[in-house]
Write a protein that binds this ligand. Structure first.
Ligand code: G3P
Ligand code: CA
Length: 283
């Protein structure tokens, strides 16, 4: 851990965009690519568990990615889905259960059943972590990449996130907040303009973005996180040359990682942080 993004941002601000030279220069930047452990090292351990986050660290992930949901009694927990069904032995909406009830659930056995080739006995009975537990375990100076999921279902989740960031004295230089909801990001921006924000986008076909869309996003965010599937080099260069960071999700194939890096992305989300580490090392 844990390179800072400041260098690239600073270069963009003073007009020395690191990727302005195109693909050849981008290749030289392999080592600068942000390696985001998507839901932890979630190819190898049950997503959004402390074990998965810990494995992401050991596999040289630069950031721990945390998706947030909120319990009935207002606790932020690390979980991707709005319901409990897929990643625990519970069922129903997170918002209808207290933290105490969610803490009774098994958040690991589903992984062993779904991915027997990666199963481990120690995954049985893992608990759903709260954001507070994540902050306590990994500390104030770790790099966190936190997503406000379903903010329309959880009014006030941005304020609670910020409260915990303050309570645990999280280093804001090492924190990114991401969302598909521009409204949620703008709420964060109003609550604390110093929090760095990334606008997530899901493209259903060939990715295109206008200058006006880029300028709008730059009003509140320092980066864009699109699905990688429909990206092309022109899109990547346009976004990066505008001074925005570009962190596609979720890239699990080494050849695809190399291509995206050659195009000029500044980081990416992966379930395999070990593979991205190898690519960064030229392997
Ligand atoms: O946050 C980047 C990526 O994780 C967005 O998709 O559905 O995996 O949260 P999702
Ligand atoms: Ca996410």
């Amino acid at each position: 851990m844990k390179r800072k993004m400041i260098s690239v941002i600073g270069a963009a601000v003073i007009g020395l965009n690191a990727f302005g030279g195109g693909a050849a220069l981008a290749k030289d930047m392999h080592k600068e690519i942000e390696n985001v452990s998507h839901r932890g090292a979630s190819a190898y351990a049950p997503e959004h568990t402390i074990v998965s986050y810990d494995m992401g660290e050991k596999m040289h992930g630069d950031f721990i990615e945390v998706d947030l949901q909120m319990t009935k009694d207002g606790h932020l927990i690390a979980m991707h889905d709005v319901t409990l069904d897929r990643t625990t032995n519970g069922s129903g909406s997170v918002k209808d259960y207290t933290l105490e009830e969610i803490k009774q659930l098994d958040a690991g056995s589903w992984f062993n059943e779904k991915y027997p080739y990666a199963a481990k006995a120690e995954y049985e009975g893992l608990k759903v972590p709260t954001l507070e537990e994540v902050f306590r375990k990994f500390g104030k100076n770790n790099n966190y990449y936190i997503e406000t999921k379903s903010p329309d279902v959880y009014p006030g989740m941005e304020k609670e996130l910020l409260r915990l960031v303050e309570k645990y004295n999280i280093n804001k230089d090492r924190l990114l907040v991401q969302s598909f909801s521009s409204q949620s990001l703008q709420v964060m921006n109003e609550l604390d303009p110093s929090i760095k924000l990334v606008q997530l986008i899901s493209y259903k076909s060939n990715a295109e973005i206008t200058d006006a869309e880029i300028q709008k996003i730059k009003e509140y965010a320092m980066g864009i996180g699109p699905n990688h599937t429909y990206l092309n080099e022109g899109y990547v260069q346009k976004v990066v040359n505008s001074g925005l960071e570009l962190h596609p999700y979720t890239v699990n194939d080494k050849e695809r990682m190399k291509l995206l890096i050659d195009w000029g992305v500044t980081g990416m989300f992966t379930n395999h942080p070990d593979l991205l580490h190898e690519v960064k090392k030229g392997r």
